[in-house]
Design a binder for this molecule. Sequence first.
Ligand code: F3S
Length: 421
Amino acid sequence: MGLTLTKEEQAMLDGEDGEGTQKAMEIVVALGTIYGADRLCAISSAQVSGVSYKNLGTAGLEFLEEWAAKGAKSRVTATLNPGGVDLTRPAALGFPEEFTRNQLRVIDAFRKMGILLTCSCTPYLIGNDPKLGEHCAWGESSAIIYANSVLGARTNREGGPSALAAAVTGRTADCGYHLDENRKATLLVDVRDELADESDYGALGLAVGKLAGKGVPWIRGIRPSRDDLKTLGAAMAAAGGVALYHVEGVTPEARGRAPESLETTAIESLDDVYAQMNGTAEEIDLVSIGCPHASLDEIARVAGVVRGQRLRTRLWISTAGITRALADKQGWVRDIEAAGGTVIQDTCHIVAPIKDMGIRTMATNSGKGAWYAPSHAGQNVRFGSLDQCLEAALTGRWPERRKGSRRRTVPPPPVDGIAGG
Ligand code: F3S
């Protein structure tokens, strides 16, 4: 049948709204045609990825500047993924000068296109939170999976240019996860291990991601908090390309019981995941918390542990600028930075050029962070609980997990919605 455009969409394609919009509509139409969509759908929001100069390089930077010069402008709420530097104090934190200059040009191009400079992978924590059933066009795999699974919004896995094109046109192809039939579970996962720390949810995400590939897992046997869901999905998307999951009795499209006749797999223990994800590093150059970007609750927990102490190695808590500002008001940033840590904004350990900053060994409580750090940031990685990571920050060395110690000893924060921690 082919892709049918409305009058307004055809006008955009014909250049009536300017060259920037025309270029964007050409991308949206090309993708719609490739994916066999018969129409476009209007979106309520976009999350634009492809921001770090480390990934964009000169070609990507010039592409963005050209679009900005042609007058491309977002027509929906559009937020931005992290870039490669903390925009508030790049020199003080040791980000390379030339890299910073180029990163600032990237950010300026997005500003000119009307994208909100949130520079965070957790737009849903800072105001871009589409509601159940709403169509949107999000880049950033961890945000996409959260939007689909936890918010019940509908987005495909958009790339940087396609999310930007969707923001500029306010449209995306009506296919994939926008359609009911593609949101049904394709496999059932029974979790029999006891999950205590957020890192356990990251480990579970890695295991389920490998099992599910690009399918839609339905998970039973867990009661995650909002932050647990954040880390669970991020890891699943990293290890398997999952863009939507359901947790029975927790996520909005899994209120009832699992559909019958799904292929079922049981996960008895996550110990193998920890064994596979742990490198050999003993001395730790950087402890990284906040992948995806830390919530206020997570920052509060770290502050509670390091308050009044002296860290022996670098500790980064990566978060959104808005979240950092609130944590600062509460005194938590001061607690962490007085101990020698950094509450870093606008970037993270994967998209920042940390190898060029002399960092070779890293500890993290994030499944996604541990998955990507060796290949994307050249790191020898340690993956464990928040307790273990903060102990590493305090001593400079990785503490081995003691048998049976996978318990949450840093108390869970109160959560607003989803499920009790
Ligand atoms: Fe976010 Fe960076 Fe992790 S963009 S999900 S903190 S790799």
